[in-house]
Design a binder for this molecule. Structure first.
Ligand code: NDP
Length: 293
């Protein structure tokens, strides 16, 4: 078993963040502005609080401005929409992220679609989904974008590869499939109604698992040498202790895989790095300047 097979998302994300820090410094020095990201948290979901804290810390560490808005769990949709409106108009705010899930009195899609698409750094707005599907210049969902960079780093040109994406959510599966299609992969999207998932996976040069089921993908499903990207984050109890596992059974897959992301330390760290990248891109577009080299 070789360490070279393990795709180190943590190290890759760190390289991206270092580059972003240099780019932010360059924008401050030569263009006189600091990119800013606003993160909105509604309620007390413990996992969401951790994500929001990490996003804020990493935004500040990159030299960007971080604006955190924490609202009560009982916040009405109208109050949240009024905050979004204020952030849309604020020139210091180049990116807006509303942490999901939202409390049940709020329609998440209505909130997402109220964000200015050019500030929608999560890439979930229907306009950005449309731009991704039609080849326009938009903002791309962070997790699939991070997966794509890991794949390109490992495989180079992806054209002609057969990719199987397991999961069809709007935030991971569908944009992932679209990104791979844009790279000229042949793409299969599998989901809970797929008849013979192991047979679909066996045809894949690239497997993306975004399901939310602990260790579902098994080693004997894989074609020898397939590259496996595990998006899943599942908290399970094993031997009386809690641990994080992916949607892929890492131990049984690493033998057959050509390369594989671990959980944790694979896709997870890439998500925040790509969020910072999207904020930088959005800020440059809003100021009409090139992204610094
Ligand atoms: P969703 O629950 O929205 O979607 C899960 C998808 O998996 C659905 O399309 C569902 O199919 C499909 N599915 C469920 N069961 C099966 C099955 N037995 N066989 C085949 N397909 C199945 O999840 P998300 O896309 O939001 O997230 C997926 C995973 O990725 C989760 O573990 C989540 O925690 C993780 N995640 C990680 C991130 C990161 O930064 N690393 C970011 C975002 C998510 P159907 O549509 O038919 O119901």
């Amino acid at each position: 078993m070789s360490d070279q097979k393990i795709i180190d998302g943590k190290a890759f994300a760190e390289k991206i963040r270092t580059k972003i820090t240099e780019q932010v410094a360059s924008l401050q020095k030569h263009n006189g502005f600091t990119p800013g990201l606003a993160v909105v948290l509604v309620g007390e979901d413990p996992a969401s609080k951790v994500y929001v804290r990490n996003k804020g810390e990493q935004t500040k560490a990159s030299g960007m401005a971080s604006f955190e808005h924490k609202l009560d769990a009982s916040t009405s949709q109208a109050t949240l929409l009024s905050l979004i409106d204020q952030l849309n108009k604020d020139p210091k705010v180049n990116g807006i992220l509303v942490q999901l899930p939202l409390p049940k009195q709020i329609d998440a899609q209505a909130v997402i679609n109220a964000i200015d698409p050019d500030k929608d750094v999560d890439g979930f707005h229907v306009v950005n989904a449309g731009r991704l599907a039609t080849g326009g210049q938009g903002l791309v969902p962070c997790t699939p974008y991070g997966c794509l960079l890991l794949l390109k780093d490992r495989l180079g040109d992806l054209a002609g590869k057969h990719a199987v994406v397991i999961g069809r959510s709007n935030i991971v599966g569908k944009p992932m499939a679209q990104l791979l299609l844009n790279e000229s992969c042949t793409v299969t999207i599998a989901h809970s109604k797929t008849k013979d998932l192991p047979a679909e996976v066996r045809r894949a040069d690239i497997v993306i698992a975004a399901v939310g089921r602990p260790e579902m993908v098994k080693g004997d499903w894989l074609k020898e040498g397939a590259v496996v990207i595990d998006v899943g984050i599942n908290r399970i109890e094993k031997d009386g202790k809690f641990k994080l596992v992916g949607d892929v059974d890492f131990q049984s897959c690493i033998g057959r895989a050509g390369a594989i992301t671990p959980v944790p330390g694979g896709v997870g760290p890439m998500t925040i790095a790509m969020l910072l990248h999207s904020t930088l891109v959005a800020a440059c577009r809003q100021h009409g300047v090139e992204l610094p080299k």
